[in-house]
Design a protein around this ligand. Sequence first.
Ligand code: ADP
Length: 265
Amino acid sequence: RAYLSSIVVDVSDRNRFEAELQAKTAELARSNAELEQFAYVASHDLRQPLRMVTSYVTLLERHLGETLDESSREFIGYTISGVRRMDALIKGLLDYSRVGRGGETLSDLDLEEVVADSCANLGLTGSSDEATVLVEHPLPRILGISSELIRLFQNLIGNAVKYRHPERKPEIRLSSRRQGNEWIITVEDNGLGIGAEHFERIFGMFQRLHAEGEFEGTGIGLAICRKIVTTHGGRIWVESEEGAGSRFMVALPASRAAARGLATH
Ligand code: ADP
């Protein structure tokens, strides 16, 4: 009887623990949602006055540009680029908070088309003067949100071009392989590479490895990628060797079509 009652205590302890865990998880989800809502509203409202500043300073430059001395023109230039940078940051934050907000439905997507759209948005075609994009066909079909997956590959391919090695024309190779119930999609470049100590942190918000002014950017792109991938039930990570290039890996759940064996590899 004593033994039985100890089991009963164990079970009720476990039930209480599970109930507490559930309550805490719900609380966390609620405060996360509130934070995201706040970021959305704050950044949305911030853009409006910022646009006003941009247009008035631009007008000022246009109307008074000729009459101003060199240092005043320089100050106006700094103001314009500062405001543009702030606008890019706010836009990045807005984009980040919009990921996974449920505006769009999941559809069965051909990753070949997704990647083609991402390249088109970047102004890249197969082999341009700027970069060569090689796709190992076929890429699989994935269940996902079209605009978000386009954005994901646009950010990864865009970075591969931006962080190019000064002595090499950027070459970006996309490939996929099936591993269990997931597709692993790889975006490989021959660019600057990333030190192993930064593999984790570059997916965080505002994390940049290069000196301000060296490359344009906000440090939000990969954070957006990570949010897109995790809200699709996947994972993202990087393997790289400094000076040789980087390999960004995206694991996404295999789509219903692929699960039914409709995919060709
Ligand atoms: P951004 O490009 O706006 O700075 P990201 O979040 O896209 O921000 O990337 C974070 C940082 O990771 C970049 O600033 C850069 O230092 C590094 N990085 C990203 N992609 C690559 C790449 N393909 N090769 C080398 N470094 C990269």
